[in-house]
Design a protein. Structure first.
Length: 548
């Protein structure tokens, strides 16, 4: 099936059940109403001139329009490109160019982010362009910008956009729907890479629907479930395991706020009697440690997903005992795998749900190989986890060499993660081959940050390393070598980053060194920098290192 066929079947079977609920916006749509709203948006997209396989960007926080566009673009054979709402001008321009985005939907502002202002920095012609007829020298493919909230110069408003679809012949919509194949790319999600800038992961209807189906099966999801989704839509966690999985099973999508807010999440669980909760460990910790935690009735919770970074056993026990999510599951994967590869079941022991990342989803082959030889390792030995099957991406957009590096000729996706397999078939993630930092469930890639820091006129070299952190799992540290005769302070480095790169990419720790520890071949030993940072900051206990 494709997205529309599955959503239509769900709407026919569970039309009066809640589909999408935003308690903070006082919005509640049944599956019948939601399906009708998706059709309105699909018709407007056709009238706007969006063609099959055209790339439509969405740059916004968790808003109702995000979910409508997810299903409406899929319905007419277009491709939705997820853009991280934390992006600033430098990152936005790269994705708009690299993804060949022709139509961009964006929100107006949130907290300190002025989306209209950031877009104006990379597209100077927008303010003087007639809405819907942009001609930009720097972004020649971008022709249309639509604001999903508020009004911006050179943009169509959401209401104006919706009005376009009123006179679209139903036969045109049916024709577009009929041409959509399950193997077509439906979504491009950007994930950073060790080579620096983000790569566009191309995922098909089949990739995502199959993943969502099997993940829901592991949790025992039914139409009676109500899933609290505080994780961001732009990430697979939100738009595949969240919104799409709910649409597959006819469960309710409950969205507490535009971005994660522990108090709003607790309130949404109580008010909507949510049965499932999603989050990375730091999100669960923020709720458990909120001073008003005890005021909320969370007795409706049954299951959910914790993913993004390893879960400390005490946190899992508190989620089970204090939040009541006794059937919560652990999932492991990556964007290139749609995203889940392995997941625990609701019936697995607490030890398995904390000590492992579960077993492979149905229909997937998983193997552990020696990273150097490519040969499978013996039972219990560490190696790189690789996967083959329905979850594997179609490839990186316009990056064939990177695709060939990620997927072997016989179809195995290289995860870049080190793992072992237990005798009873469970997998444990033991480390990373990739030079990657996971901060609060967010994948951060040092090379991208290092390249940005190299634009500072006083910095000669920059090395970014993850250091252990009790709250986020890891925090960024940067080790700088300055140009001859230059001086720089820690605060000046952070100020240089603020507003230019996403806030989560701004290093928490800044160290100044004259030289780096090197291998005999001249490569920087990042593991030594990590050891030095742990020792200097006294993080041995957080890192699990015994001291004399």
């Amino acid at each position: 099936m494709n997205f529309e066929q599955k959503l239509r079947r769900t709407a026919e079977a569970h039309g009066e059940r809640d589909a999408l609920v935003f308690p903070g916006l006082d919005l509640r749509w049944s599956y019948r109403e939601f399906h009708a709203e998706v059709e309105r948006v699909a018709r407007a997209l056709i009238r706007l001139g969006v063609e099959p396989r055209e790339h439509v960007g969405i740059w916004a926080t968790n808003l109702p329009q995000w979910v409508l566009l997810q299903f409406a673009t899929a319905r007419i054979g277009a491709v939705l490109v997820n853009i991280n709402p934390a992006y600033r001008a430098h990152e936005l321009q790269y994705v708009l160019e690299q993804a060949d985005i022709a139509t961009l939907f964006l929100t107006d502002r949130f907290k300190h982010s002025d989306y209209f202002g950031i877009l104006a920095q990379v597209c100077h012609e927008l303010a003087d362009s007639p809405p819907g007829r942009l001609e930009s020298a720097s972004l020649p493919r971008l022709r249309r910008c639509i604001s999903v909230k508020g009004a911006g110069a050179g943009m169509l408003s959401w209401d104006h956009f919706l009005a376009l679809g009123r006179d679209v012949d139903p036969a045109r919509l049916e024709e577009r729907e009929a041409a959509v194949d399950p193997e077509d790319v439906v979504n491009v999600q950007y994930t950073s890479g060790t080579t620096g800038f983000p790569k566009g992961v191309q995922l098909t209807h089949r990739n995502l629907l199959t993943n969502a189906t099997h993940v829901g099966e592991r949790m025992g999801i039914t139409p009676a479930d109500r899933v609290c989704i505080p994780v961001p839509f732009y990430h697979c966690f939100g738009c595949v395991l969240g919104t799409l999985m709910c649409a597959v099973y006819g469960a309710a999508m409950v969205i507490p706020a535009e971005v994660f807010d522990p108090l709003a999440t607790l309130g949404a669980i109580q008010r909507e009697r949510c049965t499932a909760l999603y989050g990375v460990p730091s999100m669960f910790i923020a709720q458990l440690e909120h001073p008003r935690f005890g005021e909320f009735d969370l007795s409706s919770l049954r299951t959910g997903i914790m993913a993004g970074s390893p879960c400390p056993i005490e946190v899992m026990r508190r989620v089970v005992e204090r939040m009541g999510a006794r059937e919560i599951t652990i999932a492991y994967g990556l964007t290139e795998a749609s995203p889940v590869i392995t997941q625990t079941r609701t019936t697995d022991s607490l030890e398995h749900r904390v000590g492992t990342v579960g077993r492979p989803l149905a229909g997937l082959e998983v193997r552990i190989v020696d990273p150097d030889s490519g040969e499978e390792v013996e039972q219990g030995r560490q190696g790189e986890l690789q996967v083959r099957g329905h979850c594997v991406m179609k490839g990186y957009y316009r990056q064939p060499e990177e695709t060939a590096e990620a997927i072997t000729p016989d179809g195995w996706l290289r995860s870049g993660d080190l793992a072992t397999r237990t005798e009873d078939g469970f997998y444990k993630i033991t480390g990373r081959i990739k030079d990657m930092v996971i901060r609060g469930g967010e994948n951060l890639y040092p090379r991208e940050i290092e390249e940005f820091l190299h634009t500072h006129p006083k910095i000669a070299e920059a090395q970014v390393v993850g250091l252990p952190d009790e709250k986020y799992g890891e925090e960024l540290s940067v080790w700088l070598v300055l140009r001859e005769g230059q001086t720089l302070t820690q605060e000046e480095v952070r100020e240089f980053c603020k507003g230019r790169i996403s806030h989560q990419k701004v290093p928490r720790y800044v160290f100044f060194v004259r030289e780096y520890p090197l291998t005999v071949t001249g490569k920087v030993q990042k593991f030594r920098l990590r050891e030095m940072g742990i020792e200097e900051l006294g993080l041995e206990a957080v890192a699990g290192i015994e001291t004399a």
